[in-house]
Design a protein around this ligand. Sequence first.
Ligand code: NAD
Length: 453
Amino acid sequence: MTTAQVINPATEQVVARVELVGEAETDAAIERARRAGVAWREVAPGDRARLLRRFAEAVEADLEALAQLEVANSGHTIGNARWEAGNVRDVLHYSAGMPERLLGNQIPVAGGVDVTFHEPLGVVGVIVPWNFPMPIAAWGFGPALAAGNTVVLKPAELTPLTAIRLGELALEAGLPEHVFQVLPGKGSVVGQRFVTHPAVRKVVFTGSTEVGTQIMAGCARQVKRVTLELGGKSANIVFADADLARAAATAPYGVFDNAGQDCCARSRILVQRSVFDKFLELLEPAVRGVKVGDPAHEDTEMGPLISAAHRERVAAFIEPSTKVAFTGERPDGPGFWYPPTVVLPDAPTDRVLTEEVFGPVVAVLPFEDEADAVRIANDTEYGLSGSIWTSDVGRALRVSRAVEAGNLSVNSHSSVRYWTPFGGFKQSGLGRELGPDAARAFTETKNVFIATQ
Ligand code: NAD
């Protein structure tokens, strides 16, 4: 087996060495998952629920250790990391409510009874990116297990540690062996095998649009079910009638949270021209005030980027001709730091405006009126999230309906609640995770007619 080093992005120190799973081990794990599924799908709904609840309680008992592990592996701020581990616990508790509520229909027919069942798919492969290793994993495995599937999960190469720990916690909580297996390894090996192995009946992929399109094409060969959660270039639209002080004070957190490595980052701020200068004046102290530094400190608001290579990629978006309005702070010394950066693009074709930076860089640009705001917001192939700041309720609703994105918030920057649906329009994805229908995405509907005559 080959091993990979896991690096702390805030210190550049090696924190662990992880053995990478190869193709033969992946095949063996998928076969174990397939066999385990035969018994798992027959576990009584109430018992499956109880096991998921125990898994949630095991995560709760280990919450601080999981959070510290994420700080060391991913450079997430300790506040964020605690939220992320808590989100896994909550998704598991919510999923524990699903087995007994996976209701079918009874449909009126002549000469008999017609009922529908929601059957588990079999083995589900979950492929996770490095930016939110814990929550994104749980959004897949929680509802998939609840619906009676077994799960093989591949964490990102850079961030496997919390996923490995979650696999141990599942066993400690009493989940039967091989029902939930974590397979650290390369995307091109383990992830690719989830796509090509016929026993894997669904792939849940979160990551770049580039890899997502390959996954979709690969799954098409076996008509394999797929959920895709891909990139974003979300707009934060600020109208002149908004509470400008609040819009400006919160805008940095809508994009720089997790150092901008967030598919929901509001990386384009569209501001009505009549208040454009005023908004920038208010934004500057807010950006300079973002506390960037050691992610383990309780009051740190932004940590480092995930790797040296990623920092180079982010930095390349700032070309010599790019107008930088102002930047925030960044510590000196080791660590993959990049300061919060505000740019004023020259043209609608600027890369910084059209591509996902996935770092702490935000473009601010003016718009004329409501129609112009909607046009600019939709001028992207992405459609994941966005914010609308206005005091006019009618406008808030009109613009919410007009913006082509899956998750919008008015006078706030929230995107994710485990009990509401999450996913993207256009090239931001396919399908939805979380929310009341989450388990349904891991089932096939079967219709059965029973003759009574
Ligand atoms: P990535 O696409 O490079 O990798 C994601 C995962 O896919 C990793 O586990 C990787 O090992 C695996 N992978 C890579 N090549 C593969 C292949 N050929 N076959 C199977 N698996 C393969 O993405 P990343 O750089 O880890 O994450 C950043 C991207 O994820 C950004 O574009 C971001 O917007 C997106 N993202 C989307 C959401 C969402 O919910 N929409 C959430 C978080 C991140």
